[in-house]
Design a protein around this ligand. Structure first.
Ligand SMILES: [Zn+2]
Ligand SMILES: [Zn+2]
Length: 179
């Protein structure tokens, strides 16, 4: 099953390249980048200064519904759903689409200091996490597993950077380190 990355207000080409090669190492699936004409401004909450994640996913489904495979929207904009202050990402359980925002994964967001290595690690964790949901995985109780819930940056940093054995066995096309 192919995996498509759909950048949305995401201009860091170097980081995008690193993500593609990391995903290619981890999946037998073909990884490609697609261009998606999505009007994010429609989902900007002026009050919150954030974008409504579920709306963005719904529009992406309309635009890219004909693709067979998984589609990850990769963005720098700050995402929210009404009940939460912010979210790092969202996915359709057992579906095709997911979205991941790098906005609050930047170390400078917290300490004021930029760190590309930390950003990459956090971003890979959240991409694998949201992808995992699209393969039908729910949250995992194992802290070593990337499917552990991570509502805040502390949990993102604490949890593991790979799927646990059980979760890995469910992700189609994943080059599991366990078998
Ligand atoms: Zn989750
Ligand atoms: Zn797990």
């Amino acid at each position: 099953m192919d995996i498509y990355i759909a950048p949305l207000k995401f201009s860091n080409a170097l980081l995008l390249g690193d993500i593609i090669s990391e995903l290619s190492n981890r999946f037998v699936s073909k990884i490609s980048v697609i261009e998606m004409q999505l009007n994010a401004g429609k989902y900007l909450s002026k009050e919150r200064g954030q974008y409504y994640s579920t709306g963005l996913i719904a529009d992406a489904m309309n635009i890219t519904g004909n693709y067979s495979g998984k589609i990850i929207i990769l963005t720098e904009i700050d995402l929210y759903v009404p009940v939460l202050t912010f979210i790092f990402g969202e996915a359709q359980l057992n579906g095709k689409h997911s979205i991941v925002s790098a906005c609050r994964l930047h170390e400078e967001f917290y300490s004021g200091k930029s760190d590309d290595k930390i950003l990459f690690e956090r971003l890979m964790k959240e991409i694998l996490h949201e992808l995992g949901h699209t393969y039908g995985l729910r949250h995992c109780v194992n802290w070593d597993c990337v499917m552990h819930t991570s509502p805040g940056i502390e949990e993102v940093d604490i949890k593991g950077s790979d799927y646990c054995k059980r979760c890995a066995s469910i992700v189609d096309g994943y080059k599991s380190p366990y078998f």
